[in-house]
Design a protein around this ligand. Sequence first.
Ligand SMILES: CC(C)(COP(=O)(O)OP(=O)(O)OC[C@H]1O[C@@H](n2cnc3c(N)ncnc32)[C@H](O)[C@@H]1OP(=O)(O)O)[C@@H](O)C(=O)NCCC(=O)NCCS
Length: 168
Amino acid sequence: MKSIEFQIRKIEESDLTSLLRIKNEASVHMDRFKQQAAGRAVYIGAFIKDSAIGYVLLSLDNKEDVTPYTNGSRCADMIDLLIMEPYRDRGIGSELILACEEACRQKKIFYLGLDVNPADNPRAKLLYERLGYRAVGKLHLDGVYEYTDEAGEPRTYEDWCVDMIKAV
Ligand SMILES: CC(C)(COP(=O)(O)OP(=O)(O)OC[C@H]1O[C@@H](n2cnc3c(N)ncnc32)[C@H](O)[C@@H]1OP(=O)(O)O)[C@@H](O)C(=O)NCCC(=O)NCCS
C-alpha cells in the first residue's frame, strides 16, 4: 500500500466543516468541543492538508468499569475511533491511538482503554491487541441502535462490547 503524508493534531472548532464529511452530525462534534473546552476530553484528528480524514475522542473521565483492573488508577477512554475508508490500512488509526497514549502520559494518566465489539469488529480487536491492549471483564451491552435494513425494514442493533485496557 502506498504510504501517505498525514498530520495528527488536536481538532479545533474551525475544523467542523471537514469533520462533517466524516460524520455528518454537527451536534456530536459540538458536544465533543464542549468536553474539550471543559478539559474533560481531547479531540484528536488525522489530517491531510488541514482536511480531516479520521478522529478519536480521548475522554479523560475515569472509565469506571475497568477500575478493578487498574489497581484503582484512573483510566482514560478512546471513543469513536474512525478513519475514512479510503485511508484505512496505512497506519493512521495506530498513530491516533499512539497520540492518545502520549496525551495520557502528559496528563499523568497511566491507563488507557476502549470498548470494542469482538464479534462484529474482530479486526479492530486484533489491532488493539497488537498495540498492547488486553480485554478485561465481561461482554456488556454498550448501546442499542435503530436502523433501517436494505429491505426498508426497521431493525435494532445491540452493540455487545468488551473493555480493553493498556498501561501507557
Ligand atoms: C479500526 C480503524 C480505526 C483502524 O484504522 P486504520 O487506519 O485502518 O488502522 P491501521 O492502518 O493503523 O491498522 C490496521 C491495519 O493496517 C495495517 N498497517 C499498520 N500500519 C500500516 C502501514 N504503515 N501501511 C500499511 N498497513 C499498515 C495493520 O497491520 C492492520 O492490518 P490488519 O488489520 O489487516 O492486520 C478503521 O479500520 C476504521 O475506521 N474502522 C471503522 C470504525 C471502527 O471499527 N472503529 C473502531 C471501533 S472499536
